[in-house]
Structures are given as structure tokens and as C-alpha cells.
Design a protein around this ligand. Structure first.
Ligand code: SF4
Length: 378
């Protein structure tokens, strides 16, 4: 397909790799003192490893993997609450496949399904709506999970359920937003971050302006990037160019998809259906103010937390991470997945200890899939 081939062109990649190496030299970054660029999005982490960009780029450039995998940052307590809802009589619990194998304290959703709970994978919240129409005697709950990329589709499903007065449909809302955790990382005195590759899909919805604070208040460059190898290489070069020139700006490499003002229809749906929670717990990052969304009171009949008296509606349980799990450190870029003592030992895709090993956007899954499994075996 011509459109994709252009963004995977080896000749163009070679030119960009050479330019990146020159820019890293110009900055004076070395393997001992590398320039640190965080790719916020887990989809970018996987693309970097799938195309071997970590090996093509010079050792003076270090990719720091950010917290942009919504399944990974979900605390165990929320997985437990999913299972608590799913195991109630008469409930059909629906979820994207990505969340099925994420461990809770007792079990994962897939284990709860094996134990008899009616848990079904769907491709869209509209599939869950259809299930609610077809099963009027059941409570159909959709596991709303994800950043701004998936938040609008859940909002549209809630608006549609309200129009149809579909009283047996509700959403267990775990939608979160990207800017607050970036601010937490930038405020952390132990983090060394020289620039960011910004998320492509999230920015398609919110645009590029919500990142202005990164350049304005913290003096760090950010370039919103696409997901093909040429996109990523070009974005890294743009970040390095800003650093070399002493600039800190929000730039948009993914302009073919991302309008700077975002998608007004999606933004309107988000504003109509949700409001920020005062605080929301992130795995590895703790409670972050205004980082999660709750369903507004006008749609509270479709809020599973209200309907089932669970989660933030009733007071939160704090759940400790499993012994030896370093998910928090990996997710905040403090260590690489293979530095986790459990990697390939107590934690594999077959028997995961943390969500990062089973999510399609998890950093540990990326390392495992693209070479880590072999290295762990060795
Ligand atoms: S290897 Fe497993 S326990 Fe360690 S950080 Fe990755 S997902 Fe978490």
C-alpha cells in the first residue's frame, strides 16, 4: 500500500538516522551522558521496538518509556472492582480484549470468566449497547478504559443510551487524561527528561494546545508524532533540533491526522458526559489530581459506580502491588523492563505479575516480544 510504504521507506530512514546521529553529536550527548527523550504513548514504545529504532539510533540517545498505556496504569483495585461487578448475578460485563488478562489481587477478568462470570469481549461500546438492547433482563456494563482516544466513543454510547432510555446499560468509567501525569513527571526532581515525543491518537482528539505548558512552564520540547518508523525518526530529529537550537516548542509532526485544535465533535461529547474527578489513582504514580473522569450527574443512571455502589462512589480501597513488582518504576521511566527482577522469571506473558507484560501497549510486553524473551531465557 503506497500510503504506508512511504512511511516505512528504508532510504528515508537512513537519511533520518544519519541526521539524528549528527544532532546527538552536536548536542554533545554520549553513552555516558545521553539525551533523554520520553515517548509518552505505549503505541510508540511498541513501534520503536517493532522497527528496531532503538538499535538504529545512536547510543547517546536514550528512549524513556512513558506512562501512556491506559491498561498499565490502572491500579489493581480497579481490576478487583471490575470483577466484583462482573460476578454479580445477572450482569453481562463487557470489555476490550486488552484488559482481559490484567491481574487483579485475586484474579483477572479472564479467570473470572473461567469461574463462570458472564464477561464478553467487545470491539466498541456500541457492541455493549446492542447487548443491552438484546438482553433487557440483564445489566450490561461496559468497562470504559483509556485516554482521550477512547473517551469520546464511550461518551457517545452513554448519550445514545440516554436517548433510548436504555436503563440496563451502564459504564464503569476509568477514563483518564494525558497532561496531568506528564506534569507529575516533570515536577519529579529525580526524572531527567530533555524532551518528549507526544501521543498521536490522543492528540487527534485534544489537539496540540494542551501540551503548551510543557514548553512554556518547563522549557521542554514536545513533538506530536505518528506511528510509522519515518514518523518517529522525524519526530525525534525535530525534538533534537529544538534542543540543539535552545528552543522549547510544541510541534506537530503528525499534522496529516492531528489538527492543532483537536476534534470539536469529540471534545463536545467529552464535555457533555464527563467531569474531572478530584483525584484518581494511577499504578506507579499514585493519586493525581484531576487526572480521571467521572460521569456527570445528568447521566448518573448510566454510571456503574453509582448503580452498583462501588469504587469512588463508596470510598476507595488501596491495594498494595505484588511483592517484587517494579511496574511503577518501569512506567515512570526509572528502569527498563529487563531491570525488573521479575522480568522473564516471576512475570511472563503466560503468567503475568503486572499489566505491562500483557497489555498490547505495555513496555514489558514490547521488550518481551522484540527480543526480551530470548535474552531472559539466556
Ligand atoms: S516484568 Fe512484570 S512485574 Fe516487572 S515491571 Fe514488567 S509487568 Fe511489572
Amino acid at each position: 500500500m503506497k500510503y504506508v510504504d512511504e512511511f516505512r521507506d528504508p532510504k528515508a530512514a537512513k537519511v533520518l538516522v544519519k541526521a539524528i546521529a549528527e544532532k546527538v553529536d552536536a548536542i554533545g550527548a554520549t553513552v555516558e551522558k545521553p539525551v533523554h527523550i520520553m515517548e509518552i504513548c505505549g503505541g510508540h514504545t511498541h513501534a520503536i521496538f517493532r522497527y528496531g529504532l532503538d538499535k538504529l539510533t545512536p547510543p547517546g540517545l536514550e528512549f524513556i518509556h512513558g506512562p501512556g498505556c491506559p491498561v498499565c496504569v490502572l491500579p489493581m483495585s480497579r481490576v478487583d472492582e471490575c470483577i466484583e461487578i462482573a460476578e454479580r448475578p445477572g450482569v453481562i460485563f463487557t470489555t476490550f480484549g486488552d484488559a482481559m488478562r490484567v491481574p487483579g489481587t485475586r484474579k483477572s477478568l479472564i479467570q473470572a470468566k473461567a469461574d463462570g462470570a458472564d464477561i464478553r469481549m467487545v470491539y466498541s461500546p456500541l457492541d455493549a449497547l446492542e447487548l443491552a438492547r438484546r438482553n433487557p433482563d440483564n445489566e450490561v456494563v461496559f468497562f470504559g478504559l483509556g485516554f482521550e482516544t477512547t473517551t469520546p466513543s464511550t461518551a457517545l454510547a452513554i448519550q445514545q443510551a440516554a436517548r433510548e432510555n436504555l436503563s440496563n446499560f451502564s459504564v464503569f468509567c476509568n477514563h483518564i487524561t494525558v497532561p496531568p501525569p506528564i506534569k507529575v513527571l516533570l515536577d519529579d526532581p529525580h526524572m531527567v527528561l530533555d524532551g518528549f515525543v507526544g501521543p498521536g491518537h490522543v492528540s487527534m482528539v485534544i489537539g496540540t494546545r494542551p501540551y503548551d505548558f510543557i514548553a512554556r512552564d518547563y522549557g521542554k520540547p514536545i513533538v506530536v508524532a505518528g506511528f510509522e518508523p519515518i514518523d518517529l525518526l522525524q519526530s525525534v530529529l525535530m525534538v533534537l533540533t529544538q534542543i540543539a537550537e535552545g528552543r522549547a516548542e510544541v510541534e506537530n509532526q503528525y499534522a496529516r491526522i492531528v489538527p492543532d485544535g483537536g476534534n470539536p465533535v469529540s471534545i463536545a461529547a467529552i464535555e457533555d458526559v464527563y467531569q474531572p474527578r478530584p483525584t484518581f489513582e494511577w499504578r506507579g504514580l499514585g493519586e493525581i489530581d484531576a487526572s480521571g473522569l467521572r460521569i456527570r450527574d445528568k447521566y448518573k443512571d448510566f454510571d456503574a459506580e453509582e448503580k452498583f455502589g462501588i469504587g469512588y462512589a463508596t470510598g476507595r480501597r488501596v491495594v498494595e502491588e505484588p511483592e517484587g513488582c517494579a511496574c511503577g518504576e518501569v512506567m515512570t521511566g526509572r528502569i527498563k523492563p529487563m531491570q525488573c527482577p521479575q522480568f522473564g522469571k516471576g512475570c511472563t506473558p503466560d503468567i503475568p505479575l503486572g499489566a505491562l507484560m500483557v497489555s498490547s501497549e505495555g513496555a514489558c510486553a514490547a521488550y518481551w516480544q522484540y527480543g526480551g524473551a530470548r535474552q531472559a531465557a539466556e
